[in-house]
Design a protein around this ligand. Structure first.
Ligand code: SF4
Length: 101
């Protein structure tokens, strides 16, 4: 069965996509042919999306640089660290670069 969804990449096109899966876990993601603008289109980024999501090389835990190496840390520790850094920067709001859009 196909489910209609939209691309979640940071891209203004917001393409309409069809996603389906079978019993083996195979997931198929493709452009929605019935959408008047998308018309079955998928760009190169989304063609590799499922492969990227299921990659064994995908980073699934927060990581922090420690000198020249990276160390994993828990989500709680990562969020706490972010909260601390943001709290420190509240004294000088211009120190935070806010990118929108
Ligand atoms: S499928 Fe490609 S072009 Fe369409 S919204 Fe996603 S990233 Fe953008």
């Amino acid at each position: 069965m196909n489910e209609i969804t939209a691309c979640t990449m940071d891209c203004p096109d917001a393409c309409s996509l069809l996603i389906s899966s079978d019993e083996s876990g195979f997931i198929d993601l493709r452009g929605n042919p019935d959408h008047p603008i998308t018309a079955g289109f998928t760009c190169a980024k989304i063609k590799k999306h499922i492969q990227r999501l299921q990659s064994t090389h995908r980073i699934l835990q927060p990581m922090r640089r420690d000198g020249t190496h990276w160390k994993t840390l828990s989500w709680d520790a990562a969020l706490e660290l972010c909260a601390q850094k943001i709290q420190q920067l509240r004294e000088e709001p211009k120190a935070i670069l806010h990118i929108f859009g």
